[in-house]
Design a protein around this ligand. Structure first.
Ligand code: S3P
Length: 174
């Protein structure tokens, strides 16, 4: 079996991709890249400003560019944005070039985590708190089609870093 030198973490907003990514990278002694940070440095703007001033289509172009820029990396854990796998050929790119892990969570766990999260997320800014669960459920249903293509599907809430490592150890090059 071909052993991966890159790990792509995918999943809904609030599923802990960045925190898990950082922790997994340090556990493996690998590097870490956050696609949202890379988008901000390519565009030289904050994510919220890209959405509000340039629009989502432009954001998705930069997002694909940021993802493609990871091609040459190795021994790297990459956390993606919640929408990254769902646009263009991003999911195929990740499947071909690394090990994809979906951090899966239920809408109620995501709702709780997003309500407690200080991040300003452009897709959530116009959603009232009372409508959040409904929004998450329908967006998740829409996106699950891509998320479910991941090679590894992990329980995002209950799988710690050692648990994640045991799911992937035979598939990565160390
Ligand atoms: C998005 C998720 C965000 C960020 C942008 C769009 C999405 O990343 O890329 O706001 O479409 O779900 P996180 O999943 O890290 O919040």
């Amino acid at each position: 079996m071909h052993k991966a030198r890159k790990i792509y973490l995918i999943g809904f907003m609030g599923s802990g991709k960045s925190t898990t990514g950082k922790n997994l990278a340090s556990y493996l002694n690998w590097s870490f890249i956050d696609i949202d940070d890379r988008i901000e440095s390519i565009a030289d703007m904050k994510i919220q400003d890209i959405f509000s001033q340039k629009g989502e289509t432009y954001f998705r172009q930069i997002e694909s560019e940021a993802l493609l820029s990871t091609l040459s990396e190795s021994d790297t854990v990459i956390s993606t944005g919640g929408g990254t796998p769902c646009f263009g050929s991003n999911m195929n790119f990740m499947l071909e070039n690394g090990l994809t892990i979906y951090l899966k969570m239920t809408p109620s766990d995501l709702e709780r985590r997003l309500l407690n999260s200080p991040d300003e997320r452009p897709l959530l800014k116009d959603i009232a708190r009372k409508d959040l669960r409904k929004f998450i459920s329908s967006k998740l249903t829409e996106r699950e089609e891509w998320y479910a293509m991941a090679t590894i599907i992990a329980d995002g809430l209950n799988t710690g870093i050692p648990g994640l490592y045991s799911l992937i150890k035979n598939r990565i090059r160390e």
